[in-house]
Ligand binder design. Structure first.
Ligand code: HEC
Length: 123
């Protein structure tokens, strides 16, 4: 009986760990973006554009969002998002889109930025 309950406890610990591991770090970091961004292309009225299908998407091209002149200029140049450009934007937006409106959430470190970018590239 004691062995059986020890086994049950061990199983519970393993199962608990697996549940925690299901949410990737990037999804957790994305929660800091969700006050302004959605992954739902149909959701209107957010402060920022939707971020679905970002891999290879032209900057400033989310349908129905009124971007800053800086993003309109980037779109006119045909610049597209990739991993490096997204990491650069989250590190220093002005380095990628000078004069744009977004300030990334405070307190993100390099690992957080990499996690959220890798997550978004798959959405
Ligand atoms: C306080 C609101 C706010 C938060 C929080 C925020 N953003 Fe933004 N984001 C914006 C706005 C507004 C724009 C449009 C900027 C412009 O037009 O200059 C934008 C634009 C972007 C774009 C460009 C999209 C495109 O269509 O080209 C990306 C990528 C982006 N944000 C990523 C993020 C990520 C990742 C986070 C979280 C780590 C985040 N943002 C957090 C407001 C926000």
């Amino acid at each position: 009986m004691r062995a059986a309950s020890a086994a049950l406890i061990a199983f519970g610990l393993i199962a608990g760990g697996a549940v925690q591991a299901q949410e990737p770090a990037g999804a957790t970091v994305f929660k800091t973006c969700q006050s302004c961004h959605s992954l739902d292309t149909a959701k209107a009225g957010m402060a920022g554009p939707h971020l679905a299908g970002l891999n290879g998407r032209v900057l400033g091209s989310a349908e129905g969002f009124d971007y800053s002149p800086a993003f309109k200029a980037a779109k006119a140049k045909g610049l597209a998002w990739d991993r490096e450009r997204l990491l650069g934007y989250l590190t220093d937006p002005d380095a990628i889109v000078p004069g744009g409106w977004m300030s990334p959430p405070a307190g993100l470190n390099a690992a957080d930025r990499a996690a959220v970018v890798d997550y978004l590239l798959k959405q």
